[in-house]
Design a protein around this ligand. Structure first.
Ligand code: 5GP
Length: 191
């Protein structure tokens, strides 16, 4: 019988560079499947429905909550985000590994449901650098910026619950390190 695939959960405060890192990792590790979350947030210019997220409205999201279709869900910055249960179970039962990118509370919920999940935290070099990156990004209003910084502090305060830490000092090094962690764990199972 085929062994269950691995569950990799990645958490990173906003501004850590996680989207770039994860997109690159998925290209380098084509056998790792990405878990596409549902969200009520609006689609950004560079995003595709059914690729980055399933963009749905609040009524549809609430219906999925009632139907127990999420392994976990959270409200983040006024929007809902949830991980479809069916897909995670399907991928791992077929022996493939899945990667979930979630904020910290959702990540810890996944660990409760799937204690075997491998928990990875992407860290900014420092809180000061994170603040600087968020300011330079200029995609948020001052109010949003403050919310993101407060949330980053909360997320960082829970990082000890994770198994692996990768500091994004240098993008390419961080990508390599993450790739090594995933490869080490997936290959170990195959031997
Ligand atoms: P963004 O709107 O920037 O794509 O994501 C906002 C936050 O929601 C990020 O921290 C991201 O990791 C998190 N997130 C994305 N999908 C999910 C999900 O399904 N569940 C939870 N709990 N968080 C999610």
């Amino acid at each position: 019988m085929k062994k269950n695939g691995k569950i990799f959960v990645i958490t990173a405060p906003s501004g850590t560079g996680k989207t770039t890192i994860i997109r690159s990792i998925l290209k380098k590790l084509p056998d790792v499947v990405y878990s596409i979350s549902a969200t009520t947030r609006g689609k950004r210019a560079n995003e595709k429905d059914g690729v980055d997220y399933f963009f749905i409205d609040e009524a549809a999201f609430q219906q999925k909550i009632s139907d127990h279709q999420f392994v976990e869900w959270e409200k983040v910055y006024d929007y809902y985000y949830g991980t479809p249960k069916f897909f995670v179970e399907k991928v791992i039962s077929e022996g493939n590994s899945i990667l979930l990118e979630l904020e910290v509370k959702g990540a810890l919920s996944i660990k409760k449901v799937f204690p075997q999940a491998i928990m990875i935290f992407l860290l900014p070099p420092s809180l000061e650098i994170l603040e600087k990156r968020l300011r330079e990004r200029k995609t948020e209003s001052e109010e949003d910026f403050q919310k993101r910084i407060e949330r980053a502090k909360m997320e960082l305060s829970l990082k000890d619950k994770f198994d692996y830490f990768i500091v994004n000092n240098n993008l390419n090094t961080a990508i390599l390190e993450l790739k090594e962690v995933i490869e080490k764990i997936t290959n170990k199972e195959m031997n």
